[in-house]
Design a protein around this ligand. Structure first.
Ligand SMILES: C[S@@+](CC[C@H](N)C(=O)[O-])C[C@H]1O[C@@H](n2cnc3c(N)ncnc32)[C@H](O)[C@@H]1O
Length: 258
């Protein structure tokens, strides 16, 4: 897998290439990361990448040309490295894009990667979007100063799904939202000590009884999801992912949930 990032701040991506799960996965060669700065594709002495918006208004807009040149360079480099990865999606990070979630991450993890474009200022010239962008992704209903943090989040969530990225391959399937199981929220976690300021680890987790532990976790997942994200319960139900025991447990909770 290979990610190319178009960014005015390439150094921000050291955060993912060098540290933790994603850093280890990169060192193991599971994925590659290349950053391209649109300033390197300008032709004036100031290396200008932005200009004032037509029609007036506050702020600046990223110009189409340096962005397009950077994308074309990334596409050429991808093709040269691996012919099949040259036509990777070009994804603009944008608050107006499709909402990112675990399903999108899972889908991307099964591809050869993507070219991620990070906007800054008021955004990017629409003609760049029309000519080069295949998809727009939003991290959520809030506005960041730039697309870099969104791109980092997208890459981190995708890379940890690559086979061999996590030391314990069971971790990802147990995470929240994992569609392979139920798309439910994860259950609470505890580690040593057994007692912390008078708060005890639930006895089920200390029992050593695998079936009881699995049931406790399942019920806590169902309960948390019902309280915080009831629409995920509905989706799991529609997908036939809830057992009779799950449904019975959920019914037992109904009087408690407002
Ligand atoms: C200050 S924002 C521009 C916001 C834009 N004027 C709007 O209101 O939709 C600058 C850049 O940050 C990135 N960005 C901001 N919020 C984002 C989000 N929720 N998801 C993904 N990218 C985001 C985009 O790349 C955007 O071009």
């Amino acid at each position: 897998m290979r990610f190319d990032v178009i960014t005015l701040f390439p150094d921000m991506f050291d955060a993912i290439g060098d540290f933790g799960v994603s850093g280890r996965a990169r060192q193991r060669g599971l994925w590659h990361l290349h950053a391209w700065n649109p300033r390197d594709f300008t032709h004036d002495v100031h290396r200008t990448v932005d200009d004032r918006p037509y029609g007036g208004g506050p702020g600046m807009v990223m110009m189409a040309e340096p962005l397009e040149q950077a994308v074309r360079a990334a596409q050429a480099a991808r093709t040269q490295a691996d012919a099949a990865s040259g036509d990777a999606p070009v994804i603009l990070m944008s608050p107006t894009g499709r909402r990112f979630d675990q399903g999108v991450a899972q889908g991307l993890s099964e591809t050869r990667g993507a070219i991620l474009v990070c906007g800054r200022y008021e955004g990017v010239d629409q003609r760049f979007i029309e000519r080069c962008v295949t998809d727009e992704i939003s991290l959520g209903d809030f506005v960041l100063s730039g697309g870099e943090i969104a791109a980092l989040a997208v890459m981190d969530s995708v890379v940890r799904l690559l086979p061999g990225a996590l030391n314990d391959a069971q971790s990802a399937p147990q995470d929240s939202f994992n569609d392979a199981l139920t798309g439910l929220l994860d259950s609470p976690h505890y580690t040593r000590p057994e007692s912390y300021h008078g708060l005890e680890v639930p006895s089920e987790l200390l029992s050593g009884h695998h079936k009881n532990i699995a049931q406790w976790r399942r019920e806590r997942s169902l309960e948390l999801t019902l309280r915080r994200r009831p629409e995920l319960i509905e989706r799991a139900r529609e997908q036939g992912l809830l057992s009779k025991a799950d449904e019975a447990f959920l019914r037992s909770l109904m009087p408690l949930v407002r």
